[in-house]
Design a protein around this ligand. Structure first.
Ligand SMILES: [Zn+2]
Length: 85
C-alpha cells in the first residue's frame, strides 16, 4: 500500500522581524525587569554578607582557648561557647 501523496507545503521564506513583534518587545522588557530584580537582590545579598563579615575579628575563646572568629550568634566556631567578640 503506497502512502497518499503529501500535499505540498508552501513555507514563506521571508520571516517577519521578531524584534518588531509587540509580544517580543513586551517579553524582552519583562526579561529585563527580572534581570534587574535579580541583580539588585544579588547585590543586596553581597552587601549584607560583607556587612556581617566586616566587623568580625578573631578573639580568644574563653571556653576552649582557640583563636576564633565568632559566628553570627557570637559563639566560638570550634566549641560553640559564647565569646565576647
Ligand atoms: Zn571555643
Amino acid at each position: 500500500m503506497t502512502p497518499p501523496p503529501q500535499p505540498m507545503i508552501l513555507v514563506s521564506v521571508t520571516r517577519p522581524d521578531p524584534t518588531a513583534d509587540p509580544d517580543y518587545i513586551s517579553y524582552q522588557q519583562q526579561g529585563e525587569e527580572i534581570r534587574e530584580a535579580l541583580m539588585y537582590a544579588r547585590q543586596a545579598a553581597r552587601e549584607q554578607i560583607a556587612e556581617e563579615e566586616a566587623p568580625r575579628m578573631a578573639v580568644i575563646c574563653q571556653c576552649c582557648g582557640a583563636s576564633t572568629i565568632p559566628d553570627l550568634n557570637g559563639c566560638c566556631e570550634y566549641c560553640g561557647g559564647p565569646v565576647n567578640g
